[in-house]
Design a protein around this ligand. Structure first.
Ligand code: AMP
Ligand code: ZN
Length: 468
């Protein structure tokens, strides 16, 4: 399999550290709000890459963090008059709901920065010990960027060139730096901010050290693949390399994969331009599978433009797939004849062609756009060849197409939607149970509704419900 490696700027054959195993770290979101559709892109494309590796038989150890201590979280907490923990816990839960809707598999581990502070203190101490970091008078610990020879190797930036264009200006509050390129590993506490004790001062970690530590703890000193959006190449991933390689004395990641950005109406998404959408907003309008399908319709390294027209086109394309699949299911339910005929055996061999086409696309740096074309080719073939066929043929054909769709994480099952009357009836029953003090039954009904996407809210005026 070929993977385009940002580190070498070329496609390279993927050779895992341990045969048939993949260790992968994907930088996760900072949790201060509902995730936006841009955040969903790395989640979906790297989930699809993971699914493909699992399909190939790899044992995948997939780690994706939540950054749950950050200026933006603190700002939001102050605005709402609640703690940072409350904000991050809330948005981690919301993010997990969106991921589930988009059929993004939970990571093997989802570490949270605030639960890994000891490891960060340990790595920072080691960097100080080795001369790669130093403490300033105010207790801030900085990474001594020029002490690391390989600095710039991922972003292909040269420190001298950067320096030429660089300013003499020192960023306010960072007077203690030896050099403008040094970056923060640990910063002193400010009033009203979450903080932890450390050998240098009460404070909190810088963003970059979090990922270095969490990656090492769950995947080891050297991992196969580190991934994220292309905005993270510099400085975040460059700094992660400097920290990890200096501290561990081993290469950090063999391959670096970066997804290109999602734009909206051909412009960078921004709240001020009014072209900013959360995943939740889009899922109010579209089935989550349409959004997932849309994201996979482009190669992950190509910029992707989001617009209503393109979402409508994705919806129509996806419907062609779901209709074909449900037609086969219908035929299966109405067909009793079993065994394969000789002609059908030949047709099944032909179906293998589409699987090969699909695999060739995925082997080529996870080309999901071409993989989707292979699915369409198979759909066209099935639409023509499924009439009057045996049960075994239909079942085998269904299995062939759904195997490929599963790799893409596209679910074609039509969800059984609860009707309003059914919901109201269950709420009535729950009210009765509560009156009779049968709280076990009442809770059971609430959980049952929740599992089907209905959230109940007990208010003074009675029970309200909404679809999650
Ligand atoms: P953040 O919460 O900003 O750290 O972002 C979480 C992940 O989403 C990172 O991998 C970012 O690179 C990625 N990301 C943010 N905005 C976009 C976008 N517009 N398109 C694609 N990826 C994005
Ligand atoms: Zn990271």
């Amino acid at each position: 399999m070929k993977i385009y490696n940002t580190l070498t700027k070329k496609p390279e054959e993927f050779v895992p550290i341990v045969p048939e195993e993949l260790s992968m770290y994907v930088c996760g979101p900072t949790v201060y709000n509902l995730i936006h559709i841009g955040n969903a892109r790395p989640m979906i494309v790297f989930d699809t890459f993971r699914r493909y590796m699992e399909y190939k038989g790899y044992k995948v150890n997939y780690v994706s963090n939540f950054t749950d201590v950050d200026d933006k979280i603190i700002k939001k907490a102050n605005e709402e008059g609640v703690s940072s923990e409350e904000i991050s816990a809330r948005y981690i839960e919301e993010c997990k709901k969106d991921m589930k809707a988009l059929n993004v598999k939970p990571a093997t581990v989802h570490p949270k920065a605030t639960e890994e502070i000891d490891g960060m203190i340990e790595m920072i101490s080691k960097l100080i010990e080795k001369g790669h970091a130093y403490k300033a008078d105010d207790g801030t610990v900085y990474y001594r960027t020029k002490s690391f020879d390989g600095y710039g190797k991922l972003s292909h930036k040269n420190l001298e060139d950067l320096e030429a264009g660089h300013r003499e200006i020192r960023v306010a509050g960072e007077e203690g730096k030896e050099d403008p390129f040094d970056f923060v590993l640990w910063k002193p506490k400010k009033e009203g901010e979450p903080s932890w004790p450390s050998p240098w001062c009460d404070g909190r970690p810088g963003w970059h050290i979090e990922c270095s530590v969490m990656s090492r703890k769950y995947l080891g000193d050297t991992i196969d693949i580190h991934a994220g959006g292309e905005d993270l190449i510099f400085p975040h991933h460059e700094n992660e390399i400097a920290q990890s390689e200096a501290a561990n004395g081993a290469p950090f990641a063999h391959y670096w994969m970066h997804n290109a950005f999602l734009n909206v109406d051909n412009r960078k998404m921004s709240k001020s331009l009014g072209n900013f959408f959360t995943v939740r907003e889009i899922l109010n309008e579209y089935d989550p599978m349409v959004l997932r399908f849309f994201m996979l319709s482009a190669h992950y390294r190509s910029p992707l433009n989001f617009s209503r027209e393109l979402m409508e086109a994705a919806k129509t394309s996806l419907e062609r797939i779901t209709t074909a699949v449900s037609n086969i299911k219908f035929k299966i339910n109405n067909q009793e004849e079993g065994a394969l005929t000789e002609e059908e055996k030949k047709l099944l061999e032909e179906e293998e062609r589409f699987r090969t086409e699909f695999e060739t696309a995925m082997e080529d740096d996870c080309n999901t756009a071409d993989a989707i074309s292979a699915c369409f080719n198979m759909i066209k073939f099935l639409n023509v060849n499924c009439d009057g066929k045996s049960l075994d043929f239909l079942k085998e054909s269904l299995r062939n197409i759904t195997t490929l769709l599963d790799v893409l994480g596209i679910v074609t099952e039509e969800e059984e939607v609860l009707l309003e009357e059914e919901i109201e009836a269950l709420i009535e029953e729950r009210n009765r149970a509560r009156k009779e003090k049968n709280f076990a039954r009442a809770d059971e009904i609430r959980d049952q509704l929740l599992s089907r996407g209905i959230v109940l809210e007990d208010t003074r005026e009675g029970v309200r419900w909404k679809r999650a």
